[in-house]
Design a protein around this ligand. Structure first.
Ligand code: HDD
Length: 683
């Protein structure tokens, strides 16, 4: 149990215990009938239980977050590997014995609170570290750059991105005119937009996405020396994505897809984990990078220039007890930093320092939201701030000011032991002006494009085509192609071809640089941990083989579900009943990472739904396996069983052998085979 957990336990109240009472603790006689003047008469105003119950219901909602409204969270711990005293005094980064409690909230950006988990969107990755020196909030995203360079453009960006004002459409989608109008008029967005068009925008799982602090921050050590830093979270399970067709279908089949995935993984003890990595840049190297101003949040510092040093491990190990109390009420503020961590002059970061505190006042209706159990620091809070809506504490004493003699002059400022702002020297005229060093908007979009594998490039082209295909204004489409032409000529042509825009004339040469770390094709592909497999079964399958397959995959950490035409049991080849997990109708191939069709139930090949499971899984690049009569189903799904070169994710055996499980595991770990030819498969 962490310190935070112990602190939270004071506020836990079981839902299901004892006698029903009012909010005043008065036992309730009957909660099904209001107090009436006669059984058929009018309700009486004096019915305090009725009034309270309805009043409480009427007031259940608080304003949803203006962005990142849809999200889910979990508790966990962070541990640093080695003391980082050389760079920072932050206690949680210098004491390898310290297990710092954390709460992490993942989110989408555009959609409202009830929207689906899988739109094409940026994902938020916000971490509250409850350190012994107070709360540190690292409020990042799963993409390392941002759309705009100055926070003053944030309202414009968000207005353009969110549903349009005249009809509140489309929900949770960037594929509409106002978004593309804005971004094509604001070319600093081009780098982030190409990330948004990549598969990064449709993560397979929150557990399989990176996180980034985006801005350059500062670490400050005991001698007052500052080092610029960029924060990276790298998922132990690798960085993996869905495909767009799949993401759209999941939005209907299971809008809670990512939320459920996190919840189930934690409940089943498969605790998701990320490594914290730092890119450390000594002050005197800040101007060393050609074309990159470290204060510009639309730029990365490629790992080839500054490597990412792994420094610690985050593990999420406990689901919240209550969604509203914890996940909805958690209030992140970018301004929450601890001694040893400080800000930089990145103009996006500077605006965020205002916005987060301000928005929490709107969400909570007052300044005491820091007292809510989920937001409360584990460090002692002592000051002379007071009163306001919802004061939960009872401050005792009379000296509510400083200095004072009536209270022993306490609490006393800590002096140099407190948070000392880094004494950065600043000098300049007041002016509304952007630095010339922020002027390059294309070369890192090109870097990203160049770093993609061929299938990633195909997915990006398809995404631009999809999005711009929904844009009604032709001039906006044309403008986008003009911008892409400055990123890469071939990309511009490919997109233009798909959206009815004339091929542009080549205007610039691609600089040819790439950064392999940017490609998801280079991510970890060894583990099948928590991968979900649907085994399609029907009457006649061999129980021994199905059980052996299931056991082998389960032992390796995968989750195997047996799906049959109807729920309940099937009759296996030895005439005995075998319990299935669910009926095929209640699920869908898009909710699984892989499909297996075993021998013994040839009738399944005549079941359109079963055939669709296989066809769709194949279309989405997933591992598809079959043996014996199972092959017949793949044939009906028009899956080419005799492709050359062999498809490593198509495991087709004439009969069962234990090798099948081994080969299938390999294919599953590889996540997807996007190199297969899927165009002919109808799904
Ligand atoms: Fe923001 C929420 C991430 C720029 C203003 N933002 C919010 C959340 C995340 C981010 C993850 C959800 C926090 C949660 O789970 O409660 N935002 C970012 C990143 C940015 C960024 C990585 C750029 C690097 N944001 C940004 C700017 C502004 C805001 C420039 C305003 C000037 N963001 C907000 C906000 C939100 C928010 C309006 C809405 C709800 C909240 O803060 O708590 O204040």
């Amino acid at each position: 149990m962490t310190t935070k957990d112990r602190q939270l336990s004071v506020n836990r109240r079981p839902f299901n215990e004892g006698v029903l009472t009012t909010d005043q603790g008065i036992p309730v006689q009957d909660t099904d009938n209001s107090l009436r003047a006669g059984a058929r008469g009018p309700s009486l105003l004096e019915d305090f239980h009725l009034r309270e119950k309805i009043m409480r219901f009427d007031h259940e909602r608080i304003p949803e977050r203006v962005v990142h409204a849809r999200g889910t969270g979990a508790h966990g711990v962070f541990k640093v590997y080695e003391p980082l005293d050389e760079y920072t005094t932050a206690d949680f980064l210098t004491d390898p014995d310290a297990e710092t409690p954390v709460f992490v909230r993942f989110s989408t950006v555009q959609g409202s609170r009830g929207s689906s988990d899988t739109p094409r969107d940026v994902r938020g990755f916000a971490t509250k570290f409850y350190t012994r020196q107070g709360n540190f909030d690292l409020v990042g995203n799963n993409m390392p750059v941002f759309f705009i360079q100055d926070g003053i453009k944030f309202p414009d960006l968000v207005h353009a991105l969110k549903p349009e004002p005249q009809n509140e459409m489309p929900q949770a989608a960037s594929a509409h005119d106002s978004f593309w109008d804005f971004v094509t008029l604001q070319p600093e967005t081009m780098h982030h937009v190409i990330w948004l068009m990549s598969d990064r925008a449709i993560p397979r799982s929150f557990r399989m996405m990176q996180g980034f602090g985006v801005h350059t921050f500062r670490l400050v050590n005991g001698q007052g020396r500052s080092t610029f830093v960029k924060f990276h979270w790298t998922p132990v399970l690798g960085t993996h994505s869905l495909v767009w067709d799949e993401a759209q279908k999941i939005a209907g089949k299971d809008p809670d897809y990512n939320r459920r995935d996190l919840w189930e993984a934690i409940n089943s003890g498969q605790f998701p984990s990320w490594e914290l990595g730092l890119q450390l840049i000594p002050e005197n190297r800040a101007f060393e990078f050609e074309d990159i101003d470290i204060l510009d949040p639309t730029k990365i510092i490629p790992e080839e220039l500054v490597p990412v040093t792994p420094v610690g491990r985050l593990t999420l190990n406990r689901n919240p007890d209550n969604f509203f109390a914890e996940t909805e009420q958690v209030a992140f503020c970018v301004g929450n930093v601890v001694p040893g961590i400080d800000f930089t002059d990145d103009p996006l970061l500077q605006a965020r320092l205002f916005s987060y505190l301000d928005t929490q006042l709107n969400r909570f209706g007052g300044a005491n939201f820091f007292q809510l159990p989920i937001n409360r620091a584990i460090a002692p809070i002592r000051n002379h701030q007071q009163d306001g809506f919802q004061q939960h504490e009872v401050p005792v004493g009379r000296a509510n000011y400083f200095p004072n003699s009536l209270g022993g002059d306490q609490p006393t400022p800590a002096g140099p032991a407190g948070f000392v702002h880094y004494p950065e020297h600043v000098d300049g005229p007041k002016e509304r002006k952007r630095s010339e060093t922020f002027a390059d908007h294309y070369s890192q979009a090109t870097l990203f494009w160049n770093s993609m594998s061929s299938w990633e490039k195909e997915h990006i082209i398809a995404a631009y085509r999809f999005e711009l295909g929904k844009v009604e204004s032709m001039p906006i489409r044309v403008r986008l192609v003009e911008h892409l032409n400055r990123v890469d000529h071939d990309l511009a042509i490919a997109v233009a071809l798909g959206i009815g825009v004339e091929e542009p004339v080549k205007s610039i040469d691609n600089h040819g640089r790439s950064s392999p770390a940017l490609s998801q094709a280079n991510s970890q592909r060894e583990s099948v941990l928590s991968r979900k497999i649907a085994v399609l079964v029907g009457d006649g399958v061999d129980a021994r083989i199905v059980t052996s397959l299931r056991d082998t995959l389960t032992e390796r950490g995968a989750i195997v579900e047996l799906l049959a035409p109807v729920d309940g049991t099937i009759t296996t080849s030895d005439g005995l009943p075998m319990e299935v997990t669910r009926a095929m109708q209640t699920m869908s191939s898009v909710l699984y990472d892989a499909i297996v069709v075993p021998d013994g139930a040839p009738d399944l090949a005549m079941d359109g739904l079963a055939v669709n499971y296989a066809a769709e899984a194949f279309k989405h690049g997933k591992a598809v396996g079959a043996f014996g009569t199972g092959l017949g189903l793949l044939q009906r799904a028009q899956i080419p069983l005799t492709t050359a070169p062999a498809d490593p994710a198509l495991i087709a055996y004439d009969e069962w052998t234990p090798d099948f499980a081994t080969e299938f595991t390999k294919a599953l770990a590889a996540h997807r085979n996007f190199d297969r030819d899927i165009d002919a498969v109808p799904a």
